[in-house]
Design a protein around this ligand. Structure first.
Ligand code: XMP
Length: 333
């Protein structure tokens, strides 16, 4: 499949049989394209890059070199899980880069959301390019481009404005010229998930909620500090654990915690206790263009509030965001 447009005759991949046929076709296609050459992939652990990784491991095994960049803005245990799944589980050729300090040092004192997004996107490319330069015999770059990305770039080429600058691994520096391998570029998201399951990736991974490229960076509002980022990561982990335990994980499209850069007065152990508020956001949507607020049982909200305020250092209130999209976007920044 070399065209960038989906042929009308292409059936939607809705079953394991159709997914298996797609996988067989792409395995053959990738082998034909790359021969015995090496392919580089930025493996974030998101659904798209994970499905591409699993597909390419099946096609070319250790000729695929995965680079996982931890930008320090991942959720709790996220990088560890990528290593467990791909290095330990699938025997992937995986390079792990902990670039936390590089990112957080650059972001120190930067409060403007678009500036933050641009810094994170650009530094991601810098770190990835640094790793690519250390490897001297790579000819190809694999990307988890999917069909909506193609449609979006067509829209942007027609002059329509994006609301936020999303980040991806496009735009590598001039000295790094790779031919692209984009095995899922004609698939819609629901098809990517069916293919992911057919490749044997865990259900929870394939159906995980979307997570923005800039990660917790756009949920730790304003200028990011390490202590507030730590509190956010812990509070978010509690929210996700409770939603999972209470059967909400499959029902709510996206749920997460945001921490603004403000403190309020509270009381703890009979003393004044200043802390940040943790804001819970739980939304449903079909296409992320609009979103509605999911109703969460009050008893569960009380329990989550208790846990976050008692277990996470620095948080003394929990608030709920009831704003639909529009007027709010799903992320706060
Ligand atoms: P907004 O905040 O624009 O988000 O309503 C819509 C959806 O996109 C996700 N999002 C991103 N995804 N890179 C991504 O891959 C990004 O930079 C990015 N920013 C927002 C957001 O989580 C929501 O699902």
């Amino acid at each position: 499949m070399s065209s960038n447009l989906r042929p009308e005759s292409m059936a939607r991949i809705t079953t394991k049989e159709l997914a298996d046929a797609f996988i067989a076709e792409q395995v053959a296609e990738v082998r034909k394209q790359v021969g015995d050459k090496k392919v580089l992939l930025a493996l974030s652990g998101g659904v798209d890059s994970s499905v591409v990784a699993a597909l390419l491991i099946k096609a070319i095994g250790k000729q695929l070199v995965c680079v996982h960049v931890n930008h320090g803005l991942m959720r709790k245990d996220e990088s560890e899980n990528v290593i467990k799944l791909f290095q330990d589980g699938l025997d992937a050729n995986l390079i792990y880069v902990d670039a936390t300090d590089r990112f957080l040092d650059l972001l120190a004192g930067v409060a403007d959301p678009e500036k933050k997004r641009k810094i994170i996107g650009a530094e991601f490319i810098n770190v990835f390019a640094d790793e690519a330069r250390k490897l001297d015999d790579i000819d190809y770059l694999a990307q988890g481009t999917i069909y909506p990305d193609i449609l979006e770039s067509i829209k942007q080429a027609e002059g329509k404005k994006a609301v936020k600058s999303h980040h991806n691994v496009g735009g590598l520096p001039e000295d790094l010229k790779f031919e692209l391998v984009e095995p899922i570029k004609l698939l819609f998201k629901d098809e990517v998930r069916v293919v992911g399951e057919a490749l044997g990736l865990p259900h929870a991974m394939v159906y995980r909620q979307p997570f923005p490229g800039p990660g917790l960076g756009v949920r730790c509002l304003g200028a990011i500090t390490r202590d507030r980022l730590h509190a956010l990561r812990e509070a978010d982990a509690i929210l996700r654990e409770e939603f999972d335990k209470n059967g909400l994980a499959g029902k709510v499209w996206q749920y997460f915690v945001v921490i603004p850069d403000i403190k309020s007065v509270g009381v703890k152990d009979e003393s004044r206790y200043e802390g940040w508020p943790a804001i819970i956001r739980a939304v449903n949507t079909t296409d992320a263009m609009t979103a509605t607020i999911e109703e969460i049982p009050y008893a569960l909200l009380h329990h989550i509030t208790y846990r976050i305020t008692h277990e996470v250092e620095g948080i003394n209130r929990v608030l709920m965001d009831l704003t639909p999209k529009p007027i709010g976007t799903i992320e706060w920044e």
